[in-house]
Design a protein around this ligand. Structure first.
Ligand code: B12
Ligand code: SF4
Ligand code: SF4
Length: 227
C-alpha cells in the first residue's frame, strides 16, 4: 500500500520510472539505518529542467515520508553541482546507478550509464534513502547490451573500454573517466558547451528516431549505414 502510494504519486507528479531497492550493504555506517532506496528516473527528453524536476519529486516524497513518521535522506541528482555543501562533506557520495540497478530499473551499459529497457540511457536519476518498509523490486543482474558496441566505437575521447557490467562484477572499468572529463573541458573551451553526451544519443535502447527498430544485436547495420 505504502509502496504503491509512493510510486503512483511520483509518476503522476512527473517521474518517468520509479523503483525500490534494499541498499543497506552499500551504505556508510552513519546512514546504514536508511536501508531502502527510492530510485527516481526522469526522461531527459522532456522539455523541462530535469534536475529541477527531480529535486521537486524528492521534496514531495520526503514530505510524505516525514508526515507518516519515517526518516529519509535525499541524495541530490547531480552531486557535482553542489559539491562542497553540508551533506557532501558529511557523507561519501551515493551513486544513483547503484540504487537504480538494485531497484530493477536497468543495467549499466558499455557507456557506463544506467540503461532502462524502455528509455535507454536517457534518464536522469535521483535517490531518496529511507527506513520506510517498502516492497522491494528485483535487482537487475546482467547487462543486455549484447553484441552492440556503438557507444564504444563512436566515443570521441576513446573513454569507453568495451567491458561488460554485471551485478557480480559491478566495478569493472567501463569508462576512463579522465578521458571523458578532459574531452568535455576542452569542448567547453572551444564550443562554450561542456557536455558531450554522444554515448547517450547513439544508444539504440529507447531511441526515438529512424533507427528505433534496430536492436543492439543488429548494431553493425547501423554502423555501416552511418558515416
Ligand atoms: C562523477 C560523475 C561523472 C564523472 C565521472 C563518471 C563516472 N562514471 O564516474 C564525469 C564528469 C566523467 C561524468 C560524465 C558524464 N555523466 Co556523470 N555523474 C557523476 C556522478 C556525480 C557520480 C558518479 C560516481 O559515483 N562515480 C563513481 C564510480 C565508481 O561509479 P560508476 O562507475 O559511476 O558506477 C558504478 C556503480 O554504480 C556500479 N554498480 C551498479 N549497480 C550496482 C549495484 C551494487 C550493489 C554495487 C556494489 C555496485 C553497482 O556499476 C557502475 C559501473 O561500474 C553521478 C551522480 C551520482 N551521484 O550518481 C553523475 C551521473 C552518473 N552522470 C550522468 C550523466 C548523464 C553523465 C554524462 C552523460 C554527462 C554528459 N552529458 O556528458 C557523462 C557520461 C560519461 C559516461 N559515459 O559515464 C548521470 C547518468 C544517468 C544514467 N542514465 O546513468 C548521473 C547519474 C547524474 C544524474 N543524476 O542523472 N559524470
Ligand atoms: S560523454 Fe562523450 S566523451 Fe564522455 S564517454 Fe560519452 S561519448 Fe565519450
Ligand atoms: S550503445 Fe550499445 S553497447 Fe552502448 S550502452 Fe547502448 S546498447 Fe550498450
Amino acid at each position: 500500500m505504502l509502496s504503491d502510494n509512493i510510486k503512483k504519486d511520483l509518476i503522476t507528479s512527473g517521474a518517468t520510472v520509479v523503483g525500490f531497492a534494499g541498499v543497506k550493504k552499500v551504505l556508510s555506517y552513519e546512514i546504514a539505518h536508511l536501508e531502502n532506496a527510492i530510485s527516481i528516473g526522469v526522461d531527459r527528453n522532456l522539455n523541462e529542467n530535469t534536475i529541477g524536476l527531480l529535486i521537486r519529486l524528492q521534496k514531495r516524497v520526503a514530505q510524505y515520508l516525514k508526515c507518516i513518521g519515517y526518516k529519509y535522506l535525499c541524495i541530490p541528482p547531480d552531486s557535482d553541482r553542489i559539491r562542497g555543501t553540508f551533506i557532501s562533506k558529511l557523507y561519501s557520495l551515493f551513486n544513483h546507478k547503484v540504487a537504480a540497478t538494485s531497484a530493477g530499473l536497468g543495467w549499466v551499459g558499455r557507456n557506463g550509464l544506467l540503461i532502462n529497457p524502455e528509455y535507454g540511457p536517457r534518464l536522469s536519476l535521483a535517490t531518496v534513502l529511507t527506513n520506510a518498509p517498502l516492497i522491494l523490486d528485483n535487482p537487475v543482474e546482467f547487462s543486455l547490451c549484447g553484441e552492440c558496441t556503438l557507444c564504444v566505437d563512436f566515443c570521441p575521447s576513446s573513454a569507453l573500454t568495451g567491458s561488460d557490467w554485471s551485478r557480480y562484477e559491478p566495478f569493472v572499468e567501463l569508462v576512463r573517466t579522465s578521458y571523458c572529463d578532459i574531452y568535455k573541458k576542452n569542448s567547453r573551451a572551444v564550443k562554450g558547451k561542456p557536455n558531450c553526451g554522444l554515448c547517450i544519443n547513439i544508444c539504440p535502447y529507447g531511441r526515438k528516431s529512424k533507427y528505433k527498430s534496430i536492436s543492439p544485436s543488429r548494431s553493425s547495420e547501423l554502423r555501416s549505414s552511418e558515416p
